[in-house]
Design a protein around this ligand. Structure first.
Ligand SMILES: [Zn+2]
Length: 431
């Protein structure tokens, strides 16, 4: 194959496949990979293939003091132990040109984050040539499967291009940096714009995808921002019917872009901060069933909470440590919450005092923390505080890790159950 044809081939038909169903999991302390993979094994036993992707961002590695190679080793070991034969990937989550370097040796999935460049106005010359290249984006656009059509005027196109072209150009720079080390086709690319203040419309998504194709990025997952609140580790806050409409239109926009621009045939939506969004899972499943589209559900972050639940459930030293972590997290609340201000909503008045928590039984601790729908003792403020409190456990170092190891069985059971019963089953199996 000549290089040009090969490039084109990688663009429409990437070598590494993510499949229709994939789940992003986070393993902050690199101790739960097997328990997480166990959830994908359970799905497979039910006849549904769900590809696991272990993701960890630069921010998490920095807070914990870990290196990407540790995530890789834990995932490889789990895959070997459980004889997992389907693909699995390691995701350098939310990387930029500045942070991508340390991930190159261990990852084969890169989430290129360009949210910070959105609204940085594009150069007028870039906007002009984009508009010239894309006459198809002007006028009335009908998307298959959508019951409305979109009127795009020159002004709308110009404004949208101005808003997103600089960000996509940035994504191209990061993509080519990765490509120069790993060569095309040896990694999966995702482009994420979820950590921004406003949801993108389907028209904006079309423009973004056209620009991504112009940059030659064989994007396999795209993470737009949806409307509503996607707080860490708690349920969706917003209008579910509106979310479902929005997701269906995004799916239609992706299908259009695949055909029009030769983007990868398996390109699909990536839903970030996807853990615990129980109220929208039926909507996600319905759109997938109706359209045949795939989804990458990034859960991340909540496995650490299952470790705490397991420790509390174990009682004794485990419960004592879980209480100590709560007390420390409460004392350092503001500092712990600062990096996550956009994605948590804690009501300080709902946080029990360290004194009260010290008297809690195993059941009191686990029912406050575990996100079981309908449990009157479930406390979302406690859950969100502990969600961002992993730094406390990281500081405890070997003391925390040795208790994880001593209580492996009870923790693993919680990790697998949470991932399979509360996430994989409703989204991918439809129950
Ligand atoms: Zn994200």
């Amino acid at each position: 194959m000549n290089p040009r044809t090969q490039e084109k081939f990688i663009m429409t038909n990437p070598k590494l496949k993510l499949g229709r169903n994939s789940v992003g999991v986070g393993d902050r302390f690199a101790h739960q990979a097997r328990a997480q993979l166990e959830a994908c094994v359970k799905a497979l036993e039910k006849g549904v293939e769900v590809v696991p992707v272990w993701n960890k961002s630069n921010r998490e590695h920095t807070i914990i003091g870990s290196e990407p190679v540790s995530t890789r080793q834990a995932a490889d070991a789990a895959v070997k132990t459980l004889h997992w034969k389907l693909p699995y990937y390691l995701d350098a989550d939310h990387i930029t040109l500045e942070t991508v370097g340390r991930f190159l040796a261990s990852c084969d999935f890169f989430t290129i984050d360009v949210a910070d460049s959105i609204s940085q106005p594009a150069l007028p010359a870039d906007i002009d040539s984009f508009i010239e290249r894309h006459p198809e984006l002007m006028g009335s656009i009908e998307l298959d499967g959508a019951d409305e059509s979109f009127e795009i005027t020159r002004e709308i196109l110009r404004g949208t291009a101005c808003k997103f072209l600089a960000a996509v150009k940035k994504a191209g720079e990061v993509y080519r940096r990765i490509e120069s080390e790993m060569s095309a086709g040896n990694f999966i690319s995702e482009v994420s714009m979820d950590e921004t203040d406003r949801a993108q419309s389907p028209v904006e998504l079309l423009v973004i995808l056209a620009a991504i194709a112009d940059e030659g990025i064989p994007v396999q997952t795209i993470a737009p921002k949806f409307s509503g609140r996607f707080n860490k580790g708690v349920d969706y806050v917003g209008n579910v019917a509106r979310f479902e409409r929005e997701m269906a239109l995004d799916v239609a926009a992706i299908a259009y872009a695949q055909k029009q621009y030769g983007l990868p045939a398996d390109l699909k939506l990536s839903i970030h901060s996807g853990s615990d969004k129980f109220s929208i899972y039926p909507a996600i499943h319905a759109v997938m069933r109706r359209t045949g589209a795939g989804v990458h559900l990034k859960t991340a972050g909540t496995t650490w909470l299952e470790e705490l639940i397991g420790l509390a459930e174990a009682g004794g030293e485990g419960l004592a440590l879980a209480k100590e972590i709560y007390a420390e997290a409460l004392a350092h609340r503001e500092e712990l919450c600062a990096p996550y201000a956009n994605v948590i909503d804690i009501d300080p008045a709902k946080l029990p005092s360290a004194e009260d928590v010290r008297k809690w039984s195993s059941a009191q601790y686990t029912s406050a923390l575990r996100h079981a729908e309908g449990d009157p003792h479930y406390n979302p403020s406690v859950r969100q505080l502990l969600h961002v409190g992993f730094k406390i456990a990281a500081k405890m170092g070997p003391r925390y890790l040795s208790l994880l190891e001593a209580n492996e069985a009870v923790i693993a059971r919680n990790v697998t159950e949470n991932l399979f019963d509360r996430h994989i089953a409703p989204v991918f199996l439809g129950r």
